[in-house]
Design a protein around this ligand. Structure first.
Ligand code: 4NP
Length: 158
């Protein structure tokens, strides 16, 4: 089976998708799962920026240093480079479907569809809220990361 390559996509790529990337990296490492991982935004406002301070603090509290992550915008090649692209909310999913090339090979889905209890729900944007919102974001993306690692591990076992 080809190596899984996972891309997490939110709006700005400075709050939610970097946390999803960090949670997935940690869960994949714990499980010994070899996968490529990245994150991106549908908007280009924060290209080259480090993650939001509150996201960095939240990640550190959970043992992940994301200070070297940098914002980038989704590009057409991503739909070929990645095997799975996960949108953090429905707006991001709509944007992804609109920008996907007809011959794109990545499987596109909503992140919380991976979690039985959270199916169909968005990861709410914590940008305009307080630190507690980022902690809630972590809990949601970490639940999705665990479910995705379990699924990919099963797939690998064939
Ligand atoms: P994210 O959050 O999509 O989770 O990275 C946002 C970050 C920045 C903005 C909006 C959402 N913004 O409007 O700049």
């Amino acid at each position: 089976m080809t190596q899984p390559a996972i891309l997490f996509v939110c709006l700005g790529n400075i709050c939610r998708s970097p946390l999803a990337e960090a949670a997935f990296r940690a869960r994949a490492a714990d499980a010994g799962l070899d996968a490529r991982v990245d994150s991106a935004g549908t908007a280009g406002w924060h290209v080259g920026d480090p993650p939001d301070r509150r996201a960095q603090t939240t990640a550190l509290r959970h043992g992940a240093d994301i200070s070297r992550y940098r914002g980038r915008q989704i590009e057409t090649a991503d739909f070929h480079r990645f095997t799975h692209i996960f949108a953090l909310d429905q707006d991001n999913l709509t944007s992804l479907r609109q920008s996907a090339p007809a011959d794109g090979t990545a499987e596109i889905g909503l992140l919380l569809d991976l979690v039985d209890d959270l199916r169909g729900q968005p990861v709410a944007d914590p940008y305009y809220g307080d630190e507690a919102g980022f902690e809630r974001t972590w809990d949601q993306v970490d639940a999705a990361a665990q479910a995705l690692v379990a699924r990919l591990t099963r797939d690998r076992a064939g």
